[in-house]
Design a protein around this ligand. Structure first.
Ligand code: KIV
Length: 300
């Protein structure tokens, strides 16, 4: 008898999964690529159902779901748990795990070790890492080892302190040229796509034109091959200060507060649960129970 594996092995695309080379073909067809972050199974499932092509399990999780003030505290352990939850919910979109600060900066070997953890333990299809220059050998090592890598240039939140805060990058000709050179180098090193964050629109457009791999913009204008937004920003769930490039498509914080507030009120006023929320039992069983109860009372 032949047995077939129920689940594909890590590194083997699951049935129905968007094929990685399709992204470059989408760029060639000028078909915009939609990416969104997600951090748990329901958001992975909903992003899939909504038609997202790529899901990023961003280290923005440190701020959106773990309550930190920056992305820096995110750990490998946390990111593995969140990525695993997302891959349980998402089928078609490629799931990209964000390598947290400290997980890839030290050495190529450590970067490879942690990237492999994302693929094997969390079912990620690819990883993302921030920066160019010294990170090129990381990209070459990971891609050489069979892990697809998405680059991230411009405002790279893990090094916000060194960049002078959360501010737009590449706003002088010299810095814009450096960004273009970094993007070309990441492409040559083997990245399958690059996130451009908080970069002037004309600079992002020119970089996009110069690359054969897709660019995914966030605060980089409409000339990139795709866009990414953070789940909590898009849905109005993050109540901190939102950057100017965020477009909020819903006010779920308001909807949640109204719904939970109504529930709390109904509990306090004994209006919840109603008849339809409760279980019944046969009349005769209830009568027997009452009798038994009486006996228990008498024995005490
Ligand atoms: O962590 C994240 O969510 C990101 C996106 C903003 C690109 O890196």
């Amino acid at each position: 008898m032949t047995t077939r594996p129920r689940k594909p092995a890590p590194g083997t695309p699951a049935p129905g999964k968007l094929a990685l080379p399709e992204l470059a073909e989408m760029k060639a067809r000028r078909q915009p690529i939609a990416m969104v972050t997600a951090y748990d199974t329901p958001s992975g499932r909903l992003a899939d159902a909504a038609g997202a092509d790529l899901i990023l399990v961003g280290d923005s999780a440190a701020m959106t779901v773990l309550g930190h003030d920056s992305t820096v505290p995110a750990t490998m352990g946390e990111m593995i748990i969140l990525t695993r939850a997302v891959t349980r919910g998402a089928r078609r979109p490629l799931v990209v795990a964000d390598m947290p600060f400290g997980s890839f900066q030290v050495s190529d070997e450590e970067a490879m070790h942690n990237a492999v953890r994302f693929v094997k333990e969390a079912g990620a299809d690819a990883v993302k890492l921030e920066g160019g220059g010294p990170m090129l050998t990381r990209v070459r090592t990971l891609v050489g080892g069979g892990v697809p890598v998405m680059g991230h240039l411009g405002l790279t939140p893990q090094s916000a302190t060194m960049l002078g805060g959360f501010r737009a990058q590449g706003r002088t000709a010299e810095k814009a040229v450096r960004l273009l050179e970094d993007a070309l180098a990441l492409q040559a090193a083997g990245c399958f796509a690059i996130v451009l964050e908080a970069v002037p629109a004309p600079v992002a457009t020119r970089i996009t034109e110069a690359l054969s791999i897709p660019t995914i913009g966030i605060g980089a204008g409409g000339g990139t091959d795709g866009q990414v937004l953070v789940w909590h920003d898009l849905l109005g769930l993050y109540e901190g200060h939102a950057p100017r490039f965020v477009k909020q498509y819903a006010d779920l914080a308001k909807a949640i507060k109204t719904a939970v507030g109504t529930y709390v009120e109904e509990v306090r006023e004994r209006r919840f649960p109603e008849q339809q929320h409760t279980y019944s039992m046969p009349e005769e069983e209830l009568a027997l129970f009452e009798e038994a109860l009486q006996e228990v009372r008498e024995r005490r």
